[in-house]
Write a protein that binds this ligand. Structure first.
Ligand SMILES: Nc1nc2c(c(=O)[nH]1)N[C@H]1C(S)=C(S)[C@@H](COP(=O)(O)O)O[C@H]1N2
Ligand SMILES: [Mo]
Length: 209
């Protein structure tokens, strides 16, 4: 073999969705600046169509005292890199929904982060057992670049559906597009169906724009 043969194709990993490649290391990717963490004013709010019609609020200690889970979950960025087999520690999204029940008719949530970043999810995606408000990866606390103190991880969807620096969850009776969903990305974001861009949406996949 000559010295300048092309790289052999990557061994295909069945955990890799179509059009994705394996990533070594953990790149940092987000829009805008990294927020500064202010422990005194930090809170995690649940608002919108709650069953009680009241806003719920946890401070930093309160949120970190919630029951915890560890889940295995891959991270698939729409820019085509995937990180496989991460272990995420944190609070299951379902736990938040159980502790702050939604009003009847809630179909979607908006997860809000610092600086107004947001991602919309169907309730079924939010309550998936592997959807987690992560504080740790592989046993280590998240660094601020990766979302400390809390980020959402939705392993079965493209990673833009997982806001870093989460501050709130809004319960909604109708779907509404989040930050990237308003800017041309697919409303549902299933990497196995390569739902990358909004022009691929079928009727019913998302609200009208
Ligand atoms: N607040 C916020 N969260 C975000 C983003 C962002 O721009 N802002 N980008 C998303 C995208 S597109 C990806 S791929 C992942 C990247 O996470 P990482 O930087 O920990 O690898 O964060 C997601 N969460
Ligand atoms: Mo991404």
């Amino acid at each position: 073999m000559g010295q300048h043969e092309p790289e052999p194709p990557q061994p295909s990993d069945p955990r890799l969705p179509p059009g994705q490649r394996l990533q070594r290391g953990w790149p940092v990717l987000h829009y805008g600046p990294v927020p500064r963490f202010k422990p005194q004013s930090w809170d995690f709010q649940v608002f919108g169509a709650t069953a009680s019609a009241e806003k719920h609020r946890w401070d930093f200690e309160g949120f970190h005292a919630l029951p915890r889970v560890t889940v295995r979950g891959d991270l698939h960025c729409v820019t085509r890199f995937s990180m496989l087999g991460n272990e995420w520690g944190g609070v299951a999204a379902k736990t938040v929904l159980d502790l702050v029940p939604p009003a009847p008719g809630v179909t979607h949530v908006m997860v809000w982060a610092e600086y107004g970043y947001s991602a919309n999810l169907r309730v079924a995606d939010f309550t998936d057992p592997r959807t987690v408000f992560a504080t740790h990866r592989n046993g280590e606390p998240l660094t601020v670049e990766h979302g400390f103190p809390v980020r959402l991880v939705v392993p079965h969807l493209y990673a833009w559906k997982g806001p870093k620096w989460v501050r709130a969850v809004e319960y909604m009776r109708a779907d509404r597009r989040g930050f990237w969903e308003e800017r041309g990305y697919h409303n549902l974001a299933d990497p196995w169906a390569e739902q990358r861009y909004s022009y691929q949406e079928e009727p019913g996949d998302g609200p009208l724009r």
